[in-house]
Design a protein around this ligand. Structure first.
Ligand SMILES: NC(=O)C1=CN([C@@H]2O[C@H](COP(=O)(O)OP(=O)(O)OC[C@H]3O[C@@H](n4cnc5c(N)ncnc54)[C@H](OP(=O)(O)O)[C@@H]3O)[C@@H](O)[C@H]2O)C=CC1
Ligand SMILES: N[C@@H](CC=O)C(=O)O
Length: 416
């Protein structure tokens, strides 16, 4: 059976998809009986040089050439953005064309509305590539975990920042050079602000929290810290006690009907499997009643891995029953506040140190490890890894402790 595809976007992911489709045409046909052909591709510039692009693909800047073409069976949106892309997807669904997208910004911000439209139209809207690139996490959570109860999800879902932090720590690259390399390798967003500010990871966390816990949240609702303020000295200070800094997301069920969501650079200890996740690789740890702890690991960005996820969705959509509806989460949870956490404190030690005996005693009972670090810019520093403590305990202790020292940096420690 021939399936004609209308493709929005011919950048990193779009070109990656064309490469895989061309290379694996026969294999796909033998395995599925489907003959997948991209008929039309929408781009913003018709004059851009596109080496290797097949002359059989019609290029356009007019979305109607895809949306109004009755020959096009299925739409793939890999252009990005939340404006035009949303309209294209709505029009495609209204015309009963299945849609595949890699657009996490859009699925995070308008997923509820779009999935509702897809369900009403009884047309698939699939978005495996929107979270963790090539790792098949969306389908796995939706299908495999259907009979299990997930309590928490955590991990690394942004390839750009993980690549940057790896290169800064292991190869002494500057922040700027590491970012430039991530852009050149096709990992970063068109505007990398979303990557480094933590918004890209937050969009992915929002998608996962909706899928698993039925949580409807926006960027403004969750605590998000990016990596822009992380320096080579922070990385070195954290390393004195064996940890690494990684941009993590965490979604924890806190009560029967609430979850806490955070995206922030956190200290990952050597005994955590996440400490082995380097460069653009991603990993998602799922904690569920039946399975316990499971870890899904793989390439989280880049042309081929992301295109593979898009292709898997194309095959699923092309073979889905005509009236297929996407299962919606049974629970509908709300956002919870603070949870107990362990911390890494980096304290400047120059100047007076009149910490009271009570504070010293409390601190001693909470410190797991400590080391001194010579910061090239700030002088002597003390690096402390603490046990888990409540937010109130944290605030009071830090208040007492920093009367005569300054807290240079604070990071949460990811619980292994
Ligand atoms: N890169 C990655 O590793 C991953 C990306 N994604 C997501 O996939 C999507 C695409 O990413 P990526 O391929 O990296 O992006 P690129 O910036 O490389 O490519 C975007 C493509 O879309 C076209 N385009 C953008 N806006 C418009 C518009 N308004 N009208 C017409 N065409 C438009 C561009 O046209 P032109 O070529 O003329 O400039 C370009 O071909 C994004 O949503 C991204 O978040 C998801 C997972 C991983
Ligand atoms: N910019 C994103 C691309 C994939 O989603 C990332 O770096 O992870």
């Amino acid at each position: 059976m021939e399936v004609k595809i209308g493709l929005f976007g011919l950048g990193t992911v779009g070109m990656g998809l064309l490469t895989i489709l061309e290379e694996q045409k026969e294999k796909i046909s033998e395995n599925t009986g489907l003959d997948l052909t991209v008929k039309t591709a929408m781009v913003s510039s018709l004059t851009k040089d596109r080496p290797g692009l097949s002359a059989t693909i019609q290029l356009t800047t007019d979305p109607k050439d895809i949306l109004d073409d009755p020959e096009i069976d299925l739409v793939v949106e890999v252009a990005g953005g939340t404006g035009s892309a949303k309209n294209w997807i709505k029009s495609a669904l209204a015309s009963k064309k299945p849609v595949i997208t890699a657009n996490k910004d859009l699925i995070a911000t308008a997923g509820e509305e779009l999935l509702d439209l897809a369900n009403k139209a009884q047309v698939p809207l699939l978005y495996e590539a929107a979270v963790a690139g090539g790792i098949p996490i969306i389908g796995t959570l939706r299908e495999y975990f259907r009979t299990d109860t997930i309590r928490s999800l955590a991990g690394i879902v942004n390839g750009t920042t993980n690549y940057m932090l790896t290169q800064m720590a292991d190869n002494d690259l500057s922040y700027e050079t590491a970012l430039k390399q991530a852009q050149d390798l096709g990992f970063a967003e068109a505007d990398p602000t979303n990557d480094v500010a933590g918004y890209d990871a937050a969009y992915k966390a929002i998608i996962l929290a909706r899928l698993v816990f039925g949580l409807e949240a926006g960027l403004k609702d969750i605590q998000i810290t990016g990596i822009q303020k992380i320096t080579d000295e922070d990385i070195a200070a954290v390393k004195t006690l064996g940890g690494q800094l990684k941009l993590l997301f965490r979604i924890d069920q806190i009560s029967a009907d609430s979850v806490a969501v955070i995206v922030a650079p956190q200290v990952v200890l050597p005994q955590s499997p996440l400490s082995q996740v380097h460069n653009e690789n991603n990993a998602i740890a799922v904690n569920s009643d039946n399975l316990g702890q499971t870890l899904f690991y793989g390439p989280g960005a880049g042309a081929r891995p992301t295109a593979q996820a898009v292709l898997a969705d194309i095959l699923a959509a092309a073979t889905a029953p005509k009236d297929a509806k996407q299962p919606l989460p049974e629970k509908e949870m709300t956002l919870a506040g603070e949870r107990a956490q362990a911390y890494c404190w980096i304290l400047n030690t120059t100047g007076a140190n009149n910490v009271s005996q009570d504070t010293k005693d409390e601190l001693r009972s909470l410190i797991v490890r400590q080391a001194s670090h010579e910061n090239n810019r700030l002088g002597s520093q003390l690096v402390l890894y603490t046990k888990e403590m409540s937010k109130d305990q944290h605030d009071a202790l830090l208040d007492a402790l920093t009367t005569n020292r300054t807290l240079a940096k604070e990071f949460v420690i990811y619980p292994c």
